[in-house]
Design a protein around this ligand. Structure first.
Ligand code: TXA
Ligand code: MG
Length: 318
């Protein structure tokens, strides 16, 4: 996709704001980000302030070319290069030892940094025009559902005069897969549409003997038990045999007191619409949202959707 003249103008305006130490809303293929230049301490601080994000939760750095990685990380293991060749630009964040010169506010004082190369043309263009990598967490207040449309970002930051680049609805709809590296292979800290099985398959194709495991992140907040919370309580119903009447009775409400989130059959489509559905259903008059975990949801392809639903939920009916 090439940008229209109008989009190019908006990107130039956004890059000026970043250069002056401001922040802007930036579309990516996963979710919208709240962007600041890694070269501006004011910009980085503003990201935390506007998001009301605690300073101990590190930011992801976005690059538009492989050459830029050297401003961000100081080591580039073979496995990282292999994954970059296969999955970049795209929804994969790699946690690696940080470059000494990288502002440690970005990494919350950790010696590592999360880095990815997005594939959304507006994000790429913004990084190119600015001429520097961009730090960007998801553009929502801390702990809340990530935005997947320009309107979601505006609603999230109504009080701020935030400039938001319009990149249309996000193609993927869930945050990137976050991985770290071990001596034996790769640890997945946050599941995403690039699943464990997809990464394993790539290693296998070229005969690389590396393992892929799920692991708690060394930087907890984005992986807190409760995160991605909608504005109404979400209840997970484990038994798909529960009738509406039974669910209502358990919740102590009448049967129009809740609305059901229906997941698409295909996990990729379910991911794309998940956050929008959570937002839309939260604005209904119902007191509770419910979602059913079906037997087919146990496969690896559903790991990211259920990771977010579990963290977004307040209650589970077994
Ligand atoms: O798709 C995405 O990743 C989106 C778009 C905007 O790129 N960004 C995003 O950022 O989801 P954020 O900040 O909401 O989530 C970043 C996650 C957090 O869970 C954070 O804890 C983790 O990455 N993270 C960042 N740096 C890390 C590090 N050094 N070690 C471990 N985890 C890290
Ligand atoms: Mg987030």
């Amino acid at each position: 996709m090439t940008l229209t003249e109008r989009q190019k103008d908006s990107v130039r305006r956004a890059s000026e704001i970043l250069r002056r130490g401001g922040v802007v809303g930036m579309p990516t293929e996963t979710v919208y980000g709240l962007a600041g230049s890694i070269e501006s301490e004011d910009g980085i601080r503003k990201i935390f302030e506007v998001k009301q994000r605690p300073f101990f939760d590190p930011l992801i750095v976005h690059i538009s070319s492989l050459a830029q990685k050297d401003f961000v990380v100081r080591e580039w293991p073979k496995a990282a290069n292999f994954l970059a060749e296969r999955f970049w630009p795209g929804p994969l964040t790699m946690v690696l030892p940080k470059q000494i010169s990288l502002n440690s506010m970005i990494t919350s004082g950790l010696d590592t940094v999360g880095m990815r190369m997005p594939r959304h043309p507006i994000a790429r263009s913004l990084i190119e025009v600015l001429g520097a990598p961009i730090a960007a967490p998801s553009a929502n207040r801390f702990g809340k559902t990530s935005p997947t449309t320009v309107d979601h970002v505006r609603q999230e930051f109504l009080a701020e005069d935030l400039f938001v680049l319009d990149g249309g609805p996000c193609e993927i709809g869930l945050e990137s897969t976050v991985v770290g590296f071990t001596d034996h292979g790769v640890s997945i800290y946050r599941p995403g549409v690039i699943t464990k099985e997809i990464i394993e398959r790539e290693f296998l194709k070229v005969g690389l003997d590396l393992t892929v495991t799920y692991q708690e992140s060394p930087a907890t907040p984005g992986h807190l038990k409760h995160h991605y919370q909608p504005s109404k309580p979400l209840v997970i119903v484990e038994k798909n045999t529960f009738s509406s009447t039974e669910i209502a009775r358990q919740l102590g409400i009448d049967s129009n007191g809740f609305v059901e989130l229906i997941l698409a059959d295909n996990p990729v489509i379910a991911a794309r619409t998940l956050y929008k559905q959570l937002r839309d259903l939260s604005s209904s008059s119902a007191q509770f949202l419910i979602v059913r975990r079906l037997p087919e949801h146990l496969s690896d392809a559903w790991a990211a959707v259920w990771d977010r639903l579990t963290r977004a939920s307040s209650l589970t009916f077994q």
